[in-house]
Design a protein around this ligand. Structure first.
Ligand code: SF4
Ligand code: SF4
Length: 300
């Protein structure tokens, strides 16, 4: 059980900024901008942005600097420009994926595909910033260590891109056998005759890509004695991701961004102290973003 968030942490400038952002989500503002854009005579979002007032009020939400806030996300809204006459359509994983499936495995129509993908990316950017603000004051290192001795899980996995593998001073295990398997396979991958998670922590190349496996009671080699990250400004993407995840689109193959399904859910990891402290705010965040919410334990 994580320690409760202290009063000192709650009164810190970073915590207050994170809380403010969590209680004023960007998606309702983006949604309004998308409706205005689609209905108006605009070909590019910049044209709409110029016409917006600085302050905007919507239901319980007040955006005193709406224009400046939206400007931080406008690059992620540009796939909607594909629907305007004269603009080209760039269907690629970096812009618009070719197929997202609904819960029955049927492809979404093009408009819903674009909308889901844009929403996933907008929320990912916003929640990454909120995570960075809320994590520091908690003085917690849970994301950087393996499960405790008597935990239900044997290991903690941190997915990595190929370029991030060299950031860690750990053994690398990459073979035809590892590349055929996933960490959760039963029976598990064996290293020197024992399940991989009973061996020491290492970097593996799995069927779905690279990851660091932290075994029970292990810690990331980049975690310093004072609890900070030795490569903080260069840390992998997974370490920047929040414990409140946008799960609007689920990707079941991180290697090449295929097998995408619509989930329209916010996933919050219950092990994290700020998730426990802000449960009702996270539920409200999800409601304002028109998404379901799931709280899940990761390391129990
Ligand atoms: S790289 Fe840094 S942030 Fe990521 S797990 Fe290691 S110590 Fe933690
Ligand atoms: S569990 Fe939460 S507070 Fe702890 S290190 Fe991870 S993100 Fe930060």
């Amino acid at each position: 059980m994580p320690l409760p968030v202290s009063e000192v942490a709650r009164n810190s400038r970073k915590w207050q900024a994170g809380l403010k952002a969590l209680t004023s989500p960007i998606w309702p503002l983006c949604n309004m901008a998308l409706m205005l854009f689609m209905a108006g005579p605009y070909r590019h979002f910049d044209e709409l942005l110029k016409e917006l007032p600085d302050g905007i009020e919507m239901e319980s939400l007040h955006y005193p600097s709406a224009k400046a806030l939206l400007a931080q996300y406008v690059d992620l809204l540009t796939p909607f420009e594909s629907f305007k006459p004269g603009n080209s359509i760039d269907v690629s994983p970096d812009n618009i994926p070719s197929r997202i499936e609904d819960s029955k495995g049927n492809p979404l129509d093009f408009m819903d595909t674009v909308r889901a993908w844009v929403k996933q990316r907008v929320l990912a950017r916003e929640l990454e910033g909120i995570n960075s603000l809320l994590c520091g004051p908690c003085q917690c290192v849970l994301c950087c260590i393996g499960p405790v001795r008597d935990a239900r899980h044997f290991f903690f996995e941190i997915p990595l891109s190929p370029a991030e593998v060299s950031l860690f001073d750990l053994p690398i295990r990459s073979s035809a056998q590892t590349r055929k398997m996933c960490p959760e396979d039963e029976p598990p991958l064996r290293i020197h005759g024992i399940p991989f998670y009973l061996s020491r922590s290492a970097i593996y190349e799995w069927q779905r890509g690279w990851s660091m496996i932290l075994t029970r009671e292990a810690k990331c080699p980049n975690l310093t004695r004072d609890g900070s990250c030795a490569i903080y400004s260069n840390r992998p993407l997974t370490c920047r991701r929040p414990q409140i995840f946008p799960f609007i689109v689920e990707c079941r193959n991180d290697k090449n961004l295929t097998n995408l399904s619509l989930r329209d859910t916010i996933l919050a990891i219950w092990d994290c102290p700020y998730v426990r402290a802000l449960k009702s705010e996270i539920i409200e965040y999800a409601r304002l973003c028109e998404a379901d919410v799931i709280f899940r334990e990761n390391k129990a």
